[in-house]
Structures are given as structure tokens and as C-alpha cells.
Design a protein around this ligand. Structure first.
Ligand SMILES: Cc1cc2nc3c(=O)[nH]c(=O)nc-3n(C[C@H](O)[C@H](O)[C@H](O)COP(=O)(O)OP(=O)(O)OC[C@H]3O[C@@H](n4cnc5c(N)ncnc54)[C@H](O)[C@@H]3O)c2cc1C
Ligand code: HEM
Length: 416
């Protein structure tokens, strides 16, 4: 592979990312109309995930963890019934989109570099899928909703019973699909260590305008069914027994941390560590009862709750956390397990590195790839008027009644 050539072509493509995304999907769906059924109804560039992921990988080509990541991604792509022929089609459409927007930068050398790079990615993903098939792993797990507990207007704790055993490690997440928003998949952390009764727990915080989080918080009840992808994630690293560690979580970032601490209660009750639980406001500290239950069994764990002061902006909680982190010493001696919204994770990683924690000792899930459309330079009109308002839609208001819900609705059903 030729990372230099890939990056230089991509720099040109990125400037016309919106056209590239639109061209990519139009080309793909014309070539393979059956693939349209797999993608959400709303395919505007702001909501693109596959193209964003493909292009995001350009920055990771030299990452030694990339092959393992792609193997796991391929295993999880079995939920899309992705065959070798479909991988080839995605590759053809990716190259066609790049050729379309790159103009003179699309040289024979660039085409060769991209063809080789894509073939390499696809090969590693297909190898991961083959391994999962050989291990007898299902392509997805259907799970019955057995409990749905609301904590305030925008947060829910869901207990699910997968119909087949779902093996996972504490700290991992799964992709989740709901028949109420067909073909949309989002990732949620599993909020406990594996339980004897096989149930799993998800903590979902509703994002304003968010299709899946709204469906899970407001449109899901016991008796419903969700579909889960293969467990994955980076919070599977573990500190050597006796090693110092800190857990830092914000909002539903408590979910994977709860799983890690539940495991520690069984495996290393004498662990030495600190737990920082951050919430935008006191009433959003929904996990306090569990924090105290676990801390009571982990004598060496000191707990700090951090929220914004009443009436202060929500960012104050992060500022207070940063002050608190700065007042602690020996960050270089700690492993850190970090979970929360992407902006929070990015900011805390920067502070920890500044305070002396080695980057490879800070464990957190990969931040979701940002669509190149989202980072393209704004036009003068957009800078003046703000970016175009997205047409948010409220699936809860239009969701079919429970009995009518199905995994696939007609194309366009979930458009505004
Ligand atoms: C590894 C991983 C683990 C996750 N675990 C959890 C979890 O345990 N619990 C949980 O509630 N969520 C979790 N998330 C976030 C979750 O996957 C979804 O992104 C989130 O629920 C929003 O999805 P949506 O379909 O409702 O919103 P979308 O329809 O995708 O987005 C609607 C709008 O909200 C914005 N937005 C999307 N996500 C966020 C966010 N997290 N914060 C602020 N604005 C956002 C989008 O940019 C868009 O403008 C996790 C994400 C990752 C990558
Ligand atoms: C090298 C090739 C590929 C790479 C690197 C890749 C990577 C990704 C990633 C990282 C995501 C977002 C996370 C997720 O939902 O799991 C994604 C989503 C998706 N991928 Fe792939 N993928 C590839 C090939 C394919 C193929 C061949 C198919 C066809 C079946 C496919 C179908 C999808 C679908 C349907 C989504 C969800 C899209 C959405 O929610 O908007 N992908 N892909």
C-alpha cells in the first residue's frame, strides 16, 4: 500500500466530500439495488456512516491494531449479510466516486493505490467473517426486552434477554437495531458483567433529534424485540493485579464502567483505584445506587461525583473534572478507563496526556468516524447563516403500533 498516495488523493476528494458521498451511494444502489434495503431510509450525507468509515481508515493504515479491528468489523458485518461479491461492489463504487470527484488527481498511480488498499481492507474483513462462521457464531442475536426503566425524561435502562447466549467481555458494546427505525444500527455498551441468567443491560440517553436513542427511550417496552450485533470495543484491556487505575465516565459512559467494576468485584476486590462519575446535572446521576453498591465491595476504590452547579452551563462539569484531575498526582502510574460522549473523551485524553499518562494506558472506545461532509470548509453563505438545518424527524410520533412493527419497511417510510 502507498499511504502517501492515498492521503494526497483523499485530500482532494475531501474538498468535494458531499458530492463523493452522494455519488458513492447512487453508484452503489444502481449497481446493487438489493443493498438499498440494508441502509437507513435517510441517506443524506450528514447521516452517512459507511463512506465516512471507509475514508476514515485512510488515517489508520499504519496502525498496528488495524488488522484486528478489521477482522472484528468483518465478523460484525455478517449482520448485513455482506458477501465477497458485495465487498467487490462497495469497492467499485468507492473508486468510481473518487474518480468522479478527484479530477486530475485521479492518476493511474492513485487508482492503483486505492484498488490495493481497498482489496486489503476487504480481505481482512472477510477473513474475520470466515473465522466467526467457523466458530459457529450467529450473524446477530435477537433479544427480548424484559424490562424498561426510565430515569427522568431522557434516559432509560433496558434489560434484554438474548434468545441465544451472547458471549462478551465486560466493557464491550454491541450494535443495536430496532424494528421501530428499520435498518438503523447504533452502538450501546453492555452495562454489566455476564450474568447467570444471560440477560444484558443497556443504558440509553436520548440525543435530541436522535432516531435510535428516541426509539429506545420513548418507543420501546417489555415484549419488544431488538437485534444485536457482535460485541466489540477497546475496553477489554486489563490492569495487572495490584496496578493503579482510574475509571472516568460521563453520562451513560457509566454503563461500560459499571461492567468493569462488576467484573472487578469478583476478580480483584482489593483493587486500588479512583472512580470519577461525571454528569451535566445532579439529577442526571442516574447510576448512583449501583456506584455505591459496587464501591461498598471495592474497599480500595475512591469515588468522586462531579456535576455542574445548579444554573451553570453543562460544560462546567467537564471543567470541574479537569480541575479535580489536575489536583491528583501520579497520573503517569495509572491505567485509565474512560467512557462518555466523544467531545468529553477527546478533552479528557488531552488533559491526561498533559498530566503524564502514557497514551497507550488510556483505554476508551474508538470515536465514531466523522463524515467528511461534516468537516468540509463552510461556504461564505453558511458561515453567515449557519449550516443548513437538518430535517429532524420524530420517529416516536409516526412509529407503527407495536403489532405492526417489522424489521423492514418500504424505502422512504422513515423520511420526514
Ligand atoms: C462505542 C460507542 C458506545 C456507545 N455507547 C452508548 C451507550 O451506552 N449509551 C448511549 O446512550 N449512547 C451510546 N453511544 C452513542 C450511540 O451509539 C448513538 O450515537 C446515540 O444514541 C445517538 O444515536 P441516534 O440514532 O439517536 O442519533 P442520530 O440520529 O445518529 O443523531 C442525531 C443528532 O445527534 C448528534 N449526536 C449523535 N450522537 C451523539 C452523542 N453521543 N452526543 C451528542 N450528540 C450526538 C448527531 O451528530 C446528530 O446531530 C455509544 C457510541 C459509541 C461509538
Ligand atoms: C472494506 C469494506 C468495508 C468497510 C471498511 C466497512 C466499514 C463500516 C463501518 C466502520 C461502518 C459503521 C459502523 C457499523 O455500523 O458497523 C459500516 C456501516 C455499514 N456497512 Fe460497512 N464496511 C465495508 C463494507 C461493507 C459491505 C460490503 C457492505 C454490504 C453489505 C456494508 C454495509 C454496511 C451497512 C449497511 C452499514 C450501516 C450503514 C448506516 O447505518 O448508515 N459494508 N461499515
Amino acid at each position: 500500500m502507498d499511504p502517501q498516495m492515498l492521503r494526497s488523493t483523499f485530500a482532494v476528494v475531501e474538498r468535494r466530500a458531499e458530492h463523493a458521498v452522494t455519488y458513492f451511494y447512487a453508484h452503489l444502489f444502481r449497481q446493487e439495488p438489493s443493498l438499498r434495503e440494508l441502509f437507513p431510509g435517510d441517506m443524506r450525507p450528514q447521516r452517512d456512516r459507511l463512506f465516512a468509515a471507509l475514508t476514515h481508515l485512510v488515517d489508520r493504515l499504519e496502525d498496528p491494531d488495524l488488522p484486528a479491528y478489521l477482522g472484528r468489523l468483518g465478523r460484525d458485518h455478517r449482520r448485513f449479510l455482506a458477501t465477497p461479491a458485495l465487498y467487490a461492489s462497495v469497492g467499485t463504487s468507492l473508486l468510481a466516486a473518487f474518480a468522479h470527484v478527484a479530477g486530475a488527481a485521479w492518476t493511474t498511480e492513485a487508482e492503483k493505490a486505492w484498488t490495493e488498499a481497498y482489496a486489503h481492507l476487504a480481505e481482512l474483513m472477510l477473513a474475520g467473517a470466515d473465522e466467526a462462521v467457523a466458530a459457529g457464531e450467529p450473524a446477530w442475536w435477537d433479544a427480548d426486552v424484559v424490562r424498561h426503566e426510565r430515569h427522568g425524561p431522557d434516559l432509560a435502562v433496558l434489560t434484554l434477554r438474548p434468545r441465544r447466549p451472547l458471549p462478551f467481555l465486560p466493557g464491550q458494546y454491541v450494535s443495536v437495531a430496532s424494528p421501530r427505525v428499520p435498518r438503523v444500527w447504533r452502538t450501546y455498551s453492555l452495562a454489566d458483567a455476564p450474568r447467570p441468567d444471560g440477560t444484558v443491560e443497556l443504558h440509553v440517553s436520548r440525543v435530541p433529534g436522535g432516531v435510535m436513542s428516541t426509539a429506545l427511550v420513548h418507543g420501546t417496552a417489555p415484549g419488544g424485540v431488538l437485534r444485536l450485533g457482535a460485541p466489540d470495543g477497546a475496553l477489554v484491556a486489563r490492569t495487572e493485579p495490584g496496578g493503579q487505575r482510574a475509571y472516568i465516565c460521563a453520562g451513560t459512559g457509566w454503563a461500560p464502567v459499571k461492567a468493569l467494576l462488576s467484573e472487578a468485584v469478583e476478580r480483584e476486590p482489593a483493587l486500588k483505584g479512583r472512580l470519577f462519575v461525571v454528569a451535566r446535572a445532579k439529577e442526571l446521576l442516574y447510576g448512583r445506587r449501583d456506584v455505591e453498591r459496587l464501591a461498598a465491595r471495592l474497599d480500595g476504590l475512591s469515588v468522586t461525583y462531579i456535576t455542574s452547579a445548579p444554573g451553570h452551563p453543562k460544560d462546567q462539569a467537564t471543567e470541574r473534572l479537569v480541575q479535580s484531575l489536575r489536583s491528583c498526582v501520579h497520573w503517569s502510574a495509572h491505567d485509565v478507563y474512560l467512557a462518555g460522549p466523544p467531545g468529553f473523551v477527546t478533552e479528557v485524553v488531552e488533559v491526561l496526556v498533559e498530566l503524564g499518562t502514557a497514551p497507550d494506558r488510556i483505554h476508551h472506545d474508538a470515536l465514531p468516524p466523522v463524515s467528511p461532509f461534516a468537516v468540509r470548509p463552510r461556504t461564505a453563505a453558511e458561515r453567515l447563516l449557519g449550516p443548513p438545518a437538518p430535517l429532524w424527524h420524530n420517529p416516536a410520533a409516526r412509529a407503527p403500533r407495536t403489532g405492526a412493527a417489522s424489521w423492514g419497511r418500504r424505502e422512504g417510510d422513515d423520511r420526514p
